[in-house]
Design a binder for this molecule. Structure first.
Ligand SMILES: C[S@@+](CC[C@H](N)C(=O)[O-])C[C@H]1O[C@@H](n2cnc3c(N)ncnc32)[C@H](O)[C@@H]1O
Length: 288
């Protein structure tokens, strides 16, 4: 382990316990970074692309992060301040910082992810552009109107109190600010099959999918107006099918290195997406 790469912390929340059941989350992630050869690459954009399968922790990896970024149409500027809600180990946060020039903050309920996010940012020399801290998305630890934009990727299925989630995001965004979400929504094909990446058993304490319409309505009640939307289920399905093929032959880099039952999750997500039980969508909102 290198300087700035801290060891694991005690668990505090059911959702954090799902994502990081312990005992050592950091070890496999740093081992993958070490074997990836990222340190030998000079250009930062290339480094970020090279490690995307390690640090973009959602269906579609950097491909879907980039779709959301383009839809948000954030003007390149070193003066902007962005927030990544549920930042995980920080891949999307670093991607947005690099591509837009914005200074990014990340917040996540899983303390070990926060430590790893900051460790990777340090390792890539991005500690001035990206800072992660522990916190709950339903009670964001920032003053009101702190951010020009916010992103939230693959987080909402773990958040039961959606009114509080959207109110909390709305509060920390400046008027006119943009909020981009990569969301999992309930399709017409029936409930999801578990284990799925966000939940082992679909327990109502840690798992909730809303339909597209209910998501837009709940965000609307908090003062967020939908400005753009795209169903990215086909892209995400293709990515899970690639995961399935690679898992069959075995590989050294992938979520199975640190997420239990990943192969089953992948098989189930392919069914969930093919049978329209779960949809992946990009949703872009504005605060009025
Ligand atoms: C699928 S991962 C996505 C991580 C990151 N957004 C990415 O795309 O790489 C879901 C993340 O949401 C975080 N999370 C879930 N509920 C949360 C909450 N109430 N507040 C903050 N983070 C939360 C989890 O700890 C986990 O890191």
């Amino acid at each position: 382990m290198r300087e700035g790469e801290r060891a694991v912390q005690p668990k505090r929340h059911d959702v954090a316990a799902h994502w990081d059941p312990g005992p050592d989350m950091a070890g496999p992630i740093y081992a993958m970074l070490n074997t990836s050869g990222v340190d030998a690459i000079d250009e930062l954009g290339e480094k970020l692309k090279h490690i995307a399968e390690i640090d973009h922790f959602h269906g579609g990896s950097d491909e879907t992060t980039e779709i959301l970024r383009l839809m948000m149409n954030i003007p390149p500027s070193y003066d902007l301040h962005g927030l990544d809600v549920g930042c995980g180990v920080g891949g999307p946060m670093r991607w947005f910082a690099h591509k837009t020039g914005a200074k990014m903050e990340g917040v996540d309920i899983t303390s070990d992810f926060v430590a790893i996010a900051n460790g990777i940012s340090n390792r890539l020399g991005m500690q001035g552009a990206c800072t992660a801290q522990e916190g709950d998305a339903t009670n964001l630890p920032y003053p009101g109107a702190s951010f020009d934009f916010a992103t939230m990727m693959a987080v909402s299925p773990n958040v039961i109190d959606r009114p509080k989630l959207y109110q909390s995001i709305e509060r920390v965004i400046k008027p006119g600010g943009i909020i981009g979400m990569l969301d999992l929504t309930q399709g017409a094909g029936g409930p999801p099959i578990f284990p799925a990446p966000w939940s082992i058993d679909g327990s109502p304490k840690t798992s909730l999918l809303l339909t597209h319409e209910d998501t837009v309505a709940e965000a609307g009640k908090a003062g967020l107006t939908l400005s753009d939307t795209r169903n990215i289920t086909p892209e995400v399905l293709r990515w899970f099918q690639k995961e399935q093929k690679e898992l069959k032959v075995g590989r050294r880099v992938g979520r199975e290195q640190y997420l239990g039952r990943y192969q089953e999750m992948v098989d189930n997500q392919i069914r969930n997406l093919s049978e329209d039980r779960v949809r992946f969508e990009c949703l872009v909102f504005r605060k009025q």
